[in-house]
Write a protein of this length. Structure first.
Length: 462
């Protein structure tokens, strides 16, 4: 039987007045979605893309070149004299300089190039389908133009740029991080050579080789599953009202060949491509429910969050496995929350909604993880039943210093409140962020400031 959309289920249960409040909130949310998407993807000062969005664009194009061929270049641009401008003329002059350099970039690059501000004094340009000569020519155009015209006043303070360039492409996909590292290394070499210089990364193949060395093979994942080389860590999720630990998120780890403990990010992509990710999900579910059952029998119940991949969400055998384990383990399903990542590769929303429905029938809770990162949030709100929203850490990490992040978090909290859902903030790193989240009405939070991940044995079985 086809599942009723989650939002319709909620609305049917409300009184007319409350239903209208929710409808009004959703209408307002729909109106502001485009604005929020722009804010989430762009730097407030210059209007350029921000680091997060630039990495998405770079990853997509790097994957394209790996599959279909072709090449591209990435340029990192660092302002040599920004500190001098700020010190001598003030931060307003520094902001004006940043805007002028952003304008120069916009004027000089091709329509197909992608420009971003990565940090305070650092910009980046993605140049699709360009060769080394073309990338160097653009770098020189930008360097000379900034040197000639970017001083904010006729005063003594001036600014130049140091430019680092790396080429990428071919049949091996290094990914955004490796490409940015290479371009960054070239930029620092330009600074070391006297600033106001351009440097080309000398070995275009090194980012790909470095990524391949880090890449965990399918055979290693199979070995980890077979020979007990997987383990679980936990990170506490605290109530912002009381400060107490409400629940824990489970984090998968794998022991590498050299004994190093690898986070899931080091091997999950390989597991997804090889079809092993469902086996990893089953392993985590089995250990989690076993742990919860043992704690309940000892009179020390615990609530756990379990991450589920996009492949498992649309795999009927996984939901059947969860049901069997719940029946066998004597675990209270209400203490078990399954996190569905908004950015996961979920192409069949009807199947995903059915997965969430079944979890609800079992008595489990569902959380939408990384909410806002993929900015398809209204598909989730309308189609997938859920109990909690986990606000993506990219909006939380720098929130005290970013008006755009503050606006985004407040908007997400407003939507959640209108729907009667719980909110959890990720990546909380300081007291200022904690206090701000509390003022905004966020219910719970996690992050290194509130508790670092530790082995499950140390946190829950001692």
């Amino acid at each position: 039987m086809q599942s009723e959309p989650a939002i319709e289920t909620v609305l049917r249960k409300l009184e007319p007045a409350d239903r209208q409040i929710v409808l009004d909130a959703l209408k307002q949310a729909e109106k502001t979605e485009a604005e929020l998407r722009y804010i989430a993807d762009h730097d407030a000062l210059t209007g350029l893309l921000d680091r997060r969005r630039f990495r998405v664009e770079l990853d997509q194009y790097a994957s394209f070149t790996a599959r279909y061929g072709g090449q591209g270049a990435v340029m990192i641009i660092d302002i040599d004299g920004l500190k001098g401008v700020n010190d001598e003329l003030g931060h307003q002059a520094g902001d004006n300089l940043l805007r002028r350099i952003a304008a120069i970039l916009g004027e000089r690059v091709r329509e197909t190039d992608i420009v971003a501000r990565l940090s305070g004094d650092e910009f980046a340009v993605l140049m699709p389908q360009t060769d080394t000569a073309g990338a160097l020519q653009l770098g020189e155009d930008l360097r000379s133009q900034v040197a000639e015209s970017a001083a904010p006043t006729a005063d003594s303070a001036t600014a130049t740029i140091s430019v680092g360039i790396t080429m990428f492409g071919g049949k091996r996909d290094a990914g955004a991080e490796s490409i940015l590292v290479a371009a960054d290394q070239a930029m620092y070499r330009a600074k070391e050579e006297g600033r106001n210089q351009i440097a080309l990364f000398q070995d275009p193949g090194e980012p790909e080789r470095r990524a391949e060395r880090k890449q965990t093979t399918t055979a290693r994942i199979r070995d980890a599953l077979t020979n007990d080389r997987l383990s679980l860590h936990t990170q506490p999720i605290r109530s912002l009202a009381s400060g107490g630990i409400e629940r824990y998120e489970l984090l998968l780890r794998m022991t590498g060949e050299d004994g190093e403990l690898l986070p899931a990010s080091a091997f999950i992509e390989t597991a997804e491509r090889s079809g092993l990710v469902q086996e990893l999900d089953r392993w985590v579910v089995a250990r989690a429910l076993e742990l919860m059952g043992n704690r309940e029998r000892d009179g020390e119940p615990v609530s756990l969050h379990i991450n589920i991949s996009g492949a498992s969400i649309t795999d009927l055998s996984v939901i059947e496995f969860i049901e069997r384990r719940l029946d066998e383990g004597g675990t209270d399903p209400a203490r078990c929350t399954f996190e569905i990542t908004e950015t996961a590769h979920v192409h069949d929303y009807q199947a995903a909604a059915g997965f969430a429905d079944r979890l609800g029938e079992f008595g489990c809770q569902v959380a939408i993880d990384d909410y806002g990162a993929g900015f398809g949030p209204f598909h989730y709100l309308k189609q997938i039943p859920f109990d909690m929203i986990k606000i993506d850490g990219s909006f939380v990490r720098d929130m005290p210093r970013s008006d755009a992040d503050q606006l985004t978090v407040q908007a997400i909290v407003g939507i959640a409140r209108g729907l009667g859902k719980t909110t959890i903030a990720e990546f909380v790193q300081d007291d200022a962020t904690t206090q701000m989240l509390r003022e905004y009405g966020v219910d719970m939070a996690q992050g290194y400031h509130l508790g670092r991940p530790v082995a499950v044995e140390d946190a829950l079985t001692a």
